[in-house]
Design a binder for this molecule. Structure first.
Ligand code: COS
Length: 382
């Protein structure tokens, strides 16, 4: 067993780390207050090849294995979960689904622009009435000659108002998972309405939207994969997406640990730095152990992906542990900072608000536990 990174992976991580320190960390608070990251960040990430990682070079991507992708997620997650989300949805959920399931014409139409940061993607699965129970979604796509007409509502869609292409999951047949088909819908299509959801607890820099499809007409050439395969496309994207969320959460937890450690060495109470007190060291030690353990779960899942082995259960374990650990780490970091952790002059309050969503999206902690339970027992709770 070799838990070391290759020289290429080390170099990539160093580049991403330095870039995040320069381009993301200094602005994260201001973007959080403004409820919008600077859109220019997208082009800057594209220049470094971040938005094409794992996409074939002939389609405008920069290649690279899945482990390298998780290294990028960790660094972006350390800097700002909103920025990490823009990439993990555009690249991880949408572009990679197009690469895996798309026709050559669909790949040519969307992927070079997505890798160049000119087109963002959004993943339109969740609906007002179906979150965890995604197989029961009600958005409909009805065949009309060579076209499909889509009608329905989607909610909590990351990049919703920024995206140029929306991967929409709609019902085309029977109830349940086998009646769902995926479509690549240009967001400037007539009848495609979107509204940004404001007032979120965290992830404020990222455009989260409600989407209304009011008779949106697309040709059959916009269908992604075979009819009835939409649920499979969504679930296989989410399997890898969950590793990305896990890795971003490792980054978030590491950011909290680094901030708390630096602060604890600086802050003096009762005549000595608080880092010298055992109860503070306990919090720092807990954060360090859980962050490292979460990273090892992420790397194991990523390694399985890279070796072409089944990884779904390991992805669920990584997501469950890393996201819950990130919430704990942010909470402990606030404890170390005391009153200063409660104002946004320091980054840990934002980390707490941002961490909270990670146990909800791309499958709640409860869904991950039920998936792990099903793998252990062979009995499905759904
Ligand atoms: N990869 C590929 N195919 C998958 C799959 C996966 N991870 N999971 C299920 N499928 C396939 C199954 O193989 C099955 O097809 P076959 O009968 O041809 O084999 C079909 O999809 C239906 O499977 P099943 O009925 O077993 O569905 P599940 O029980 O796996 O799914 C849960 C139920 C609750 C696990 C699923 O709906 C889920 O993950 N919900 C959470 C949704 C979510 O994460 N939402 C967040 C949206 S993004 S913010």
């Amino acid at each position: 067993m070799d838990l070391g990174l290759t020289q290429e992976q080390e170099q990539f991580r160093a580049l991403a780390r330095e870039w995040v320190d320069r381009e993301v960390v200094p602005h994260a608070t201001e973007w959080d207050r403004a409820e919008q990251v600077d859109p220019k960040i997208v082009g800057k990430m594209a220049e470094l090849g971040f938005l094409g990682l794992g996409i074939a070079e002939e389609l405008g991507g920069s290649g690279g294995d899945f482990l390298t992708y998780t290294l990028m997620m960790e660094e972006l997650g350390r800097g700002d979960t909103s920025v990490r989300g823009i990439v993990s949805v555009t690249l991880g959920l949408v572009a990679k689904s197009i690469q895996a399931w798309g026709s050559p014409a669909q790949q040519q139409r969307w992927l070079p622009g997505m890798c160049a940061g000119e087109i963002l993607g959004c993943f339109a699965l969740t609906e007002p009435g179906t979150g965890s129970d995604a197989a029961n979604l009600t958005t409909r796509a009805v065949r009309d000659g060579d076209d499909w007409v889509l009608t329905g509502e989607k909610i909590f869609i990351t990049n919703g108002t920024w995206a140029g292409v929306s991967l929409v999951f709609a019902r085309t047949g029977q109830p349940g998972p086998k009646g769902i088909t995926a479509f690549l819908v240009p967001t400037d299509a007539a009848g495609f309405g979107r509204r940004e959801i404001k007032g979120k607890l965290g992830l404020r820099g990222q455009a989260t939207a409600e989407i209304v499809l009011d008779g949106v007409r697309v040709s059959d050439a916009h269908r992604l994969g075979p009819e009835g395969s939409g649920f499979k496309i969504a679930m296989s994207a989410l399997d890898k997406g969950r590793i990305a969320v896990a890795s971003g959460s490792v980054g978030l937890a590491r950011g909290c640990l680094e901030a708390a450690l630096a602060y604890a060495k600086e802050r003096t109470q009762f005549g000595k730095p608080i880092a010298g007190y055992q109860l503070v060291q306990e919090m720092l030690a807990d954060m360090a152990v859980e962050t490292d353990a979460a990273r090892l779960l992420v790397w194991r899942a990523a390694d399985l992906v890279d070796r072409g082995r089944p990884f779904g259960t390991e992805a669920s374990m990584a997501k469950l542990f890393a996201t819950e650990s990130a919430v704990k780490a942010a909470n402990q970091a606030i404890q170390v900072f005391g009153g200063y952790g409660y104002v946004d002059e320091f980054p840990v309050g934002k980390a707490m608000r941002d961490a909270r969503v990670t146990t909800l999206y791309e499958g709640t902690s409860q869904i991950q536990k039920l998936l792990i339970g099903r793998a252990l027992t062979g009995i499905s709770a759904f």
